[in-house]
Design a protein around this ligand. Structure first.
Ligand SMILES: [Zn+2]
Length: 405
């Protein structure tokens, strides 16, 4: 016990020393600039101080991570096949953390029978087979998910002072993606078996499905037809789904989504495979015990195929926003105007008055108005349209409900 305390005291002393040195260096730099009559360069100081704090953090982290003596537990440790791993030596590993690069000292063990070696400490620290800490891996996969792989590493450098290559961001994002996929697959399998602890039943479970184009690198679209000028696809459709529950309504009787109840799933895959994925997610969320299941989507046929096959008996609702978009597309082609173009070019008032005029025309008994209604009916194909607040009565009756489009 006494020895441990001495160790801690030594660590604290070393840290104090490092902090002291770093502070003196920064203050010295500031003093030098001031005595030379230079004006205070905020940006250069904020970046310099951050990097110096990271430097101190790195030393603290390295000390903490190596204070266990390298994770040496015994001369041998048991192998699961009945043999034993023998301690061979201590091996250093360079690890990139969110504070910078640290050297991790680890005890290396080898099992001669299984011909397998490993460092128990790597497992404890979750750094097996990688030279990035979990914090860095999280950041890499985050920028990898939001940005094209070729650009994410620039963000990491700019925002977090972490230097990695574009290729590494791609590799780690892929790895974390695979791990997430494996985790969800295991969860889904468990939810389909009877091993799950029953969760309290929900009155209504909603399943929303949509697809969106995701820009991808050339090799991902090789041979795929696209809308581009050269006929080559530049995006691939990611299929996305979310599941949430509803237990209450607001004072006007409109359904309210339960806070924090939404879970998401998605992948670039065929509708058939995605259908099973979203079904498993709904099952995981307790669809079995839901009093009513509601599927919400736009007019895309693949969505309603999934709804029919995987969610038989569910209430099918076409999202009003999508229905409305479709409705206005028809009006646009009939009345020869594009409100979106007006919006984009900043003519908001012109766009608004076009919409008001068009609404009036759509309400009048005319061929255009009739064809608008007919296409929207075909679009929703007998499904309900989700009812959002109607402000004025450009009413269309769909499934017996008054809807403002
Ligand atoms: Zn063995």
């Amino acid at each position: 016990m006494r020895r441990r305390w001495l160790n801690l005291k030594k660590i604290a002393e070393t840290i104090h020393g490092e902090v002291q040195k770093e502070i003196e260096r920064i203050v010295g730099r500031y003093y030098f600039a001031r005595s030379n009559g230079e004006s205070f360069d905020l940006e250069s100081f904020e970046i310099a101080i951050r990097s110096s704090m990271h430097g101190i953090g790195c030393k603290i982290l390295e000390m903490f991570v190596n204070s266990d003596g390298g994770g040496y537990s015994d001369r041998t440790i048991p192998c699961e096949n009945g043999h034993s791993y023998e301690f061979i030596e201590f091996r250093d590993k360079k690890l990139l953390t969110v504070l910078g690069s640290v050297t991790v000292k680890r005890a290396y063990y080898y099992d001669r029978d299984c011909r397998n070696g490993y460092c128990p400490k790597d497992r404890t620290l979750d750094i097996e087979g990688t030279s990035y800490s979990s914090g860095v891996r999280r950041m890499m996969s985050k920028v990898g998910a939001y940005r094209p792989f070729g650009l994410g590493h620039e963000d990491l450098y700019e925002l977090a002072d972490i230097r990695v290559s574009a290729k590494e961001v791609e590799r780690i994002s892929q790895m974390v993606g695979d791990q997430a996929e494996a985790f969800h697959a295991a969860e889904a399998t468990a939810s389909l078996s009877d091993n799950m602890i029953p969760i309290s039943p929900v009155p209504k479970l909603y399943v929303c499905i949509d697809g969106t184009g995701v820009p991808v690198v050339k090799k991902e679209t090789a041979g795929r037809k696209g809308k581009g000028e050269d006929g080559q696809a530049k995006t691939r459709e990611a299929k996305l789904g979310c599941v949430f529950t509803q237990t209450s309504v607001d004072k006007e009787g409109r359904p309210v989504r339960d806070g924090e109840s939404t879970s998401y799933t998605g992948a670039i895959e065929t509708a058939e495979v995605f259908g099973r994925r979203i079904y498993q997610e709904a099952m995981r969320r307790g669809m079995d015990s839901a009093e009513e299941t509601v599927v919400i989507g736009d007019g895309a046929p693949w969505i309603w195929n999934i709804a029919d096959e995987q969610f038989y008996g569910a209430t099918q609702i076409v999202d009003l926003f999508h229905a409305r978009e479709h409705y206005w597309n028809v009006a646009k082609s009939c009345f020869g105007q594009d409100k979106d173009k007006l919006y984009i070019s900043g003519q908001r008032n012109a766009a608004r008055s076009w919409m008001m005029a068009s609404r009036k025309r759509l309400l009048m008994p005319s061929i255009v108005a009739h064809s608008c209604r007919e296409t929207i009916k075909r679009y929703v194909n007998g499904r309900s349209v989700i009812l959002r607040k109607t402000r004025d009565g450009c009413g269309m009756r769909i499934s017996g409900k008054e809807v403002s489009l």
